[in-house]
Design a protein around this ligand. Structure first.
Ligand SMILES: [Zn+2]
Length: 155
């Protein structure tokens, strides 16, 4: 945890006011994510640390076919697998990876969530129908995490 914080501060001190390079088809979803964060008033400082958000044919260093997106915290890149043309699914995966990268959220296994570890494409109708609720749930989690972090900071 401490290591991560130092890493974060290091990144923030050098990357201020820079924006990541984003594939053009992914931009609307990234914008939507940031707009929503603004609405919930959740800081997105770490967004400036991300260098790239890009489609790839294969997720690097991963053999599992089931992986459809990845946030690499060392290189500060987000990869989205190019195999799915369904914009509802691409949006879901982008939100998931930005949830890791920007809000430091972990996976959620106990309920339907944007942060479910395996976002199976066969469930896309369910994710899509529940989208507004799922977005709200994810941002509330991010807000709680942020408030908890602030409480610890002020000790
Ligand atoms: Zn994940």
């Amino acid at each position: 945890m401490r290591y991560l914080l130092i890493f974060l501060l290091f990144c923030l001190s050098f990357k201020k006011d820079e924006a990541p390079k984003i594939d053009i088809e992914l931009k609307p979803y990234v914008k939507e994510f940031l707009r929503e964060a603004e609405h919930w008033r959740i800081p997105t400082d770490h967004y400036a640390c991300i260098k790239k958000i890009a489609f790839v044919d294969e997720i690097p260093r991963h053999e599992k076919d089931s992986i459809v997106g990845q946030y690499d915290p060392v290189d500060e890149v987000i990869y989205i697998k190019n195999a799915y043309k369904d914009p509802r699914y691409v949006r879901l995966v982008v939100f998931h990876e930005l949830g890791h990268a920007v809000f430091n959220l972990n996976h959620v296994k106990s309920k339907l969530s944007i942060m479910n570890p395996y976002l199976k494409y066969e469930f896309i109708e369910v994710y899509y129908n529940e989208w507004d609720y799922l977005v709200q749930d994810m941002y509330l989690d991010a807000l709680r995490l942020e408030n908890y972090r602030r409480l610890n900071e002020n000790k």
